[in-house]
Design a protein around this ligand. Structure first.
Ligand SMILES: O=c1[nH]c(=O)c2[nH]c(=O)[nH]c2[nH]1
Length: 306
């Protein structure tokens, strides 16, 4: 938007609104989620920037309150994607000024606890990787849904190598067919649904897809229980993981993976008096998290956007 001879692009919202929600079934079984919600609204409120006139501003405090009101109103367990859609629909329909809402949610991985193999009615423990979502809802009802995983830490102690790369006067890395492979996967995947009407009606549909994608990523990273699968590079493993998601989860139209290469360095110790204190025999490593390789790629079905 051009104003006073300059271009102004703006949005405003509330970040990191934390909410926990319990749903209690009459049989005594409870469902629980903990969400960290961030809201960003695109709206016609230029006078707030140019003239100090707030008459078209939705207060960010109001946005925060709305999260709790809508959490209360949702009387069935729902996925974070569905809750983001509820919020996006609300902000774009309730306020004439709001043209689009961008809702981000990070879900804490509270998992139902099992005791002697039996699921507990109301006991949960915190897992590791987090389910993320970004939903953009426009006033027209147009929609974009991107889901994700953050912090999926995986490691294999063999079946990984790195050979045949460029060697020049700066290169000292030895080639190897035997190394550790460790990473913390961040994934984003896009669904093809572009309108509110096209979202599947199935209960907890997005939660089920999240579990499917996670399973495919893990299975492809490790390969079969016996023998595994050889990884010639993080790049190759990332590519096969992303391809497997597109092959095995048909509702995903594109997937982006970020896989830092978290190095485990061979330990060799020597001194002037003792040339071999510790000799590395694929056994003792120095774990590092920085610096780390950073490898990322997006795979899309032809004709889909990421
Ligand atoms: O799998 C790898 N990919 C690289 O691009 C790279 N670069 C490097 O130093 N080690 C590795 N490993």
């Amino acid at each position: 938007m051009a104003v006073d001879g300059v271009r102004l692009e703006q949005r405003h919202g509330k970040a990191r609104v934390r909410v926990g929600r319990v749903w209690r079934e009459p049989c005594g079984r409870h469902h629980f989620v903990e969400w960290n919600v961030s809201i960003s609204l695109l709206s016609d409120c230029l006078p707030a920037y140019t003239d100090g006139n707030n008459s078209d501003i939705v207060a960010t405090d109001t946005m925060k309150n709305t999260v709790y009101v809508k959490a209360k109103e949702c009387n069935q367990p729902l996925s974070s994607e569905e809750f983001a859609i509820v919020l996006g629909k609300h902000f774009t329909s309730f306020y004439q000024q709001v043209t689009a809402a961008i809702i981000n949610i990070i879900e804490k991985p509270w998992e139902r606890i099992c005791i002697d193999g039996q699921p507990h009615e109301h006991g949960f423990k915190l897992g590791s990787e987090k389910h993320t979502t970004e939903v953009i809802v426009k006033k027209s009802g147009a929609l974009q849904i991107v889901s994700g995983i953050e912090g999926l830490a995986v490691l294999k102690t063999t079946q990984s190598g790195f050979e045949g790369f460029i060697r020049d006067k700066y290169t000292i890395l030895p080639e190897t067919r035997e190394r550790m492979l460790a990473t913390e996967v961040t994934a984003f995947w896009r669904y093809p649904f572009e309108t509110l009407a096209s979202i599947p009606a199935k209960e907890l549909y997005f939660t089920e897809k999240y579990m499917d994608v996670k399973k495919v990523l893990i299975e492809t990273f490790f390969g079969p229980i016996k023998g595994g699968v050889y990884s010639p590079s993080v790049q190759s493993t990332l590519y096969y993981m992303a391809k497997a998601v597109l092959a095995r989860v048909p509702d995903v139209s594109s997937v982006k993976l970020k896989m830092p290469n978290l190095h485990f360095l061979p330990v060799n110790l020597s001194s002037k008096d003792n040339p071999v204190i510790v000799k590395f025999e694929d056994d003792v490593y120095l774990p590092t998290d920085e610096p780390h390789g950073s490898i990322e790629a997006t795979l899309s079905r032809i004709h889909s956007k990421m």
